[in-house]
Design a binder for this molecule. Structure first.
Ligand code: SF4
Length: 705
C-alpha cells in the first residue's frame, strides 16, 4: 500500500505554506499543498528544500556539556545535562534572587512551546525575566495596533483579500523575496489593474512591479505618511462619515499634519512632492485600498509612531473594517503571530493579557493552579534583559530556546560578550548555532516535521504542524524537556503532550483578546486552520476583524498625534552613509537552518552589501570587491554589489550571517520607547574598500573582539 502523505506546514516564515511529506523507505518527498489557502500550490526555495533539514549531518543528536569555561563541549546524557541545569538555576536564584534566572524564547516556537515557556518561567522558576526574539520583529507593529485598534493581529483579513484591493501602499516590505507565494495575490490584483505603491529605500523585486516606488531616506517613513495624510485632508479626500462614526482623535491629527506639507516632506524624506500627492490620490480614489507595513517601517527607535502614522492615514481614508480594504502589518517569523500572544513577552500572560492586570492574573493563576500573588511582575524587554547581564539585578543564568541572539540581536558583539559574562547559559536548538556554541549546556530539540504543534500564521489562522518522521533517538521535544525540568524543580502541572498543552492554552486564552477557546486539534485537522478570536467550538472563527466595531473600550479606532523624530544616529563626517538591513530570498533569519542547506547556500553563499554605482565609483569599489563597513559599534567585511536601485546615500546588508559577516555587529540598539524595538533599520556607517586578503581577515577578526 502506498504511504499516505502527511499534511503539514513549512518550518520557516509566517505564511506557513501548506506542504505534504511522504516518507518511503527512508526517502522524504516534499510537495506543496495545492489546496492550502495561503500558498495555493506555491513554495519558495526555502520551502522546497525544507526536508534537507531532516537527517542533516550537522544535526545535534545528544546533549552537550562544557565542563569548564574554555573547555570543548562534550556529549552528555540527558540526566547529567538536566541535573546540571537544575543545579545552576538553583545556585543563581539562591545567591541572586529569582530574577537571576532568565528565559529567552523565539517567534518560531509552536504556540504550545511559547505558552509553556511563559508558564515555566512564571510557575517553575517564578522569575520575571522572560522575553523573546519577536521583540526584535513585531513589537512596534503590535504596540501601534493595540493603541489604535485595541488588538494586534497582523492581517485582520485573509491574505487572499489582497487580490481584491484596487490600491495598496506597501511600506518596508519585500514579499517577492520574503514571502514569494504571497505574490500571487499581489500579481492577481495588478493583473486586474490595481495600483501598488511601494515604500523602500531599495528598488526591490517587489518595488519593480509597482506603479509608484517611493524611496525615502531611512528613518523618515513617519514624515512620508504624514505628508500623504496632509494631502488627503487638504484635498478633501478623507472619509468624513467613517471618521465621525468609527474613530476618535482625528481633529488633533488633522491639525498636527498641517506641518507636513508636501514640499517640506520632500526635503525630509527625499521623496518628490509630486509622488507624495500622487500616492494620496491613488489611495483615495480606489474603491478598496490597503496599507500594509512591515519591518522596514517598524524596526526603528520611532517604530511604533511610524506605524501609527500609517494607521492614521488608513483611518482618514476609512479603510479598516471595509471589504478588501484596511490596515495590516506583515508578520515575519513562522509563529511571529502566535508567539506574541501566549505569554513569552516580559509583560504578558496567555490570551494577549497583561501581566499587570489583576483580573488577568487571577484568571491565569486559576488555570495554572497557583495563587495570583505568586505570579511575578513584568520583566525587562529582550535587549534590556540581555544588555543587563552582569549588572546589579541582571540575569546570571539564561535558557535560550530556538533563538540565535548572538547573530540576531542588535550590537551583536556586545550581546555575545554579555552571554559570555553569564554564570550559566543553556541553549535548546537543532544545530550548534553561534549562540549554542557559547553555551555551557546545549539541548538537542525536535524540529518541525518530527513533532506536532500549532502555529498561527500572519493572518491569525491557527494551523496544525503534524509530525511525519521520528526524531533522532537522543533528541527530545521542548515540551518534554520543560516537563522534565519542572518535575526536577519540584513543580507539577507541565505536560509533554502538545495537544494537552494546547487544550490548556485555549482555557488560559478564554476571554482574552487572542481567544482560542473554540479551537481544537480536531478542527484544525479538518479545516484549513481557524482564525482567532474563536471563543467557542460552535463559532466559525474570525477571518475579518473590525467589520462592525473595534475592540477598544469605546468600540472606535483611535487616531494619535505622532511627530517625525528622525533616526537616533545620523550620518556625519566619520560615518557618512545610512546602513539599513534586511532579508534575501534564500536565507532565513539568523541563518541557523538555511546556511546549512546546500542549494540555498549555493544561491546565496555569503552576505553581499548593496551600494549605489555612484558611491561605488567614488570609493573605487567594484561589484565583487571586499568592503569594510564600520559603525560606532564594530566593523564587518562583506562583498560589494553595485545596484542602481538603491539610494546613493544608503547601504543595504542582509542579516542572515554570523561571524565577521554579521551585520548586527553594526546595528544600533537604541530602543523605541513604546515597544522596546531596537533601531535595526537605520544607523550611520562608513564604507571603504578592504585591504589585501590577509589584512581583510585581520580587520574582520579585530571587529570580533
Ligand atoms: Fe516556507 Fe515562507 Fe517560503 Fe512559504 S514563503 S515556503 S512558509 S519560507
Amino acid at each position: 500500500m502506498a504511504p499516505v502523505p502527511t499534511k503539514t506546514h513549512c518550518p520557516y516564515c509566517s505564511l506557513q505554506c501548506g506542504i505534504t511529506l511522504e516518507v518511503s523507505q527512508g526517502d522524504i518527498e516534499l510537495a506543496p499543498q495545492s489546496d492550502f489557502p495561503t500558498n495555493r500550490g506555491g513554495l519558495c526555495a526555502k520551502g522546497w528544500t525544507a526536508a534537507d533539514l531532516l537527517g542533516h549531518p550537522e544535526r545535534l543528536t545528544s546533549p552537550l556539556i562544557r565542563d569548564r569555561r574554555g573547555a570543548e563541549l562534550r556529549p552528555a546524557s540527558w540526566n547529567e545535562a538536566l541535573e546540571w541545569i537544575v543545579a545552576a538555576f538553583g545556585a543563581a536564584q539562591e545567591h541572586h534572587g529569582r530574577d537571576a534566572v532568565g528565559c529567552f524564547g523565539g517567534g518560531g516556537l509552536t504556540n504550545e512551546k511559547a505558552y509553556q515557556l511563559g508558564k515555566f518561567a512564571r510557575v517553575a522558576l517564578r522569575t520575571s525575566a522572560i522575553d523573546y526574539n519577536g521583540r526584535f520583529c513585531m513589537s512596534s507593529a503590535a504596540a501601534a495596533s493595540n493603541r489604535s485598534f485595541g488588538i494586534d493581529r497582523g492581517l485582520p483579513f485573509p491574505l487572499s483579500d489582497i487580490a481584491q484591493a484596487d490600491a495598496i501602499l506597501l511600506v518596508g516590505s519585500n514579499p517577492a523575496e520574503t514571502l514569494p507565494p504571497a505574490m500571487q495575490y499581489f500579481d492577481e490584483g495588478r493583473a486586474r489593474g490595481a495600483k501598488h505603491i511601494v515604500v523602500d529605500p531599495r528598488r526591490t523585486a517587489t518595488a519593480r512591479g509597482a506603479e509608484l516606488h517611493l524611496q525615502p531616506v531611512p528613518g523618515t517613513d513617519l514624515a512620508l505618511a504624514s505628508g500623504i495624510l496632509n494631502v488627503v485632508f487638504r484635498e478633501g479626500l478623507a472619509d468624513q462619515e467613517y471618521i465621525a462614526e468609527r474613530t476618535t482623535g482625528c481633529e488633533a491629527v488633522r491639525r498636527a499634519v498641517r506641518l507636513y506639507w508636501p514640499d517640506r516632506v520632500e526635503r525630509i524624506t527625499g521623496v518628490p512632492e509630486s509622488d507624495i500627492v500622487a500616492a494620496a490620490r491613488m489611495l483615495a480614489s480606489a474603491d478598496r485600498a490597503m496599507i500594509l507595513t512591515a519591518r522596514g517601517a517598524e524596526q526603528h527607535s520611532a517604530g511604533t509612531d511610524t506605524v501609527q502614522a500609517f494607521i492614521n492615514l488608513a483611518l482618514a481614508l476609512g479603510l479598516p473594517g471595509r471589504p478588501s480594504s484596511g490596515f495590516a502589518t506583515i508578520t515575519g517569523q513562522g509563529n511571529g503571530q502566535g508567539g506574541r500572544e501566549h505569554g513569552q513577552k516580559c509583560d504578558q500572560l496567555p490570551g494577549y493579557r497583561k501581566l499587570d492586570d489583576p483580573v488577568a492574573r487571577a484568571h491565569i493563576a486559576q488555570v495554572w493552579g497557583i495563587n495570583p500573588a505568586d505570579l511575578p511582575s513584568s520583566g525587562r524587554s529582550a535587549y534590556e534583559m540581555l544588555s543587563g547581564i552582569g549588572t546589579p539585578g541582571g540575569v546570571r543564568a539564561l535558557w535560550v530556546m530556538a533563538s540565535n541572539i548572538a547573530v540576531s540581536a542588535p550590537d551583536a558583539l556586545h550581546i555575545a560578550a554579555k552571554l559570555r559574562e553569564l554564570d550559566f547559559l543553556v541553549v535548546s536548538d537543532i544545530f550548534l548555532s553561534e549562540t549554542a556554541a557559547l553555551a555551557d549546556v546545549v539541548l538537542p530539540t525536535t524540529q518541525w516535521a518530527e513533532e506536532s504543534g500549532t502555529m498561527t500564521n500572519l493572518e491569525g489562522r491557527v494551523v496544525l504542524r503534524r509530525a511525519a518522521v521520528a526524531p533522532p533517538r537522543e533528541v527530545r521535544g521542548d515540551l518534554d524537556v520543560m516537563a522534565d525540568l519542572a518535575k526536577r524543580l519540584g513543580v507539577a502541572g507541565f505536560s509533554a503532550d502538545s495537544e494537552e498543552v494546547f487544550n490548556e492554552l485555549t482555557r488560559a486564552s478564554a476571554g482574552g483578546k487572542a481567544d482560542y477557546r473554540g479551537i481544537t486539534y480536531e478542527r484544525i485537522t479538518t479545516e484549513s486552520g481557524v482564525f482567532w478570536p474563536c471563543p467557542s467550538e460552535s463559532y466559525s472563527g474570525t477571518p475579518r476583524l473590525f467589520v462592525v466595531d473595534f475592540p477598544t473600550p469605546d468600540r472606535r479606532a483611535h487616531f494619535h498625534v505622532v511627530e517625525q523624530r528622525g533616526a537616533v544616529e545620523l550620518p556625519d563626517d566619520d560615518f557618512p552613509y545610512y546602513l539599513t538591513t534586511g532579508r534575501v530570498l534564500r536565507q532565513y533569519q539568523s541563518g541557523t537552518q538555511t546556511r546549512r542547506v546546500a542549494s540555498l547556500v549555493e544561491g546565496e553563499p555569503e552576505p553581499v552589501a548593496e551600494i549605489h554605482p555612484m558611491l561605488a565609483q567614488r570609493l573605487g569599489i567594484r561589484t565583487g570587491d571586499k568592503i569594510v563597513l564600520r559603525t560606532r559599534r564594530g566593523q564587518v567585511v562583506m562583498t560589494a554589489r553595485a545596484v542602481d536601485g538603491i539610494r546613493p546615500d544608503t547601504v543595504f546588508a542582509p542579516f542572515h550571517w554570523g561571524g565577521t559577516g554579521s551585520v548586527n555587529r553594526l546595528t544600533n540598539p537604541a530602543l523605541d520607547p513604546h515597544s522596546r524595538m531596537p533601531s535595526f533599520k537605520v544607523c550611520a556607517v562608513s564604507v571603504s574598500a578592504a585591504a589585501a586578503p590577509a589584512e581583510t581577515a585581520e580587520t574582520a577578526e579585530t571587529a570580533g573582539t
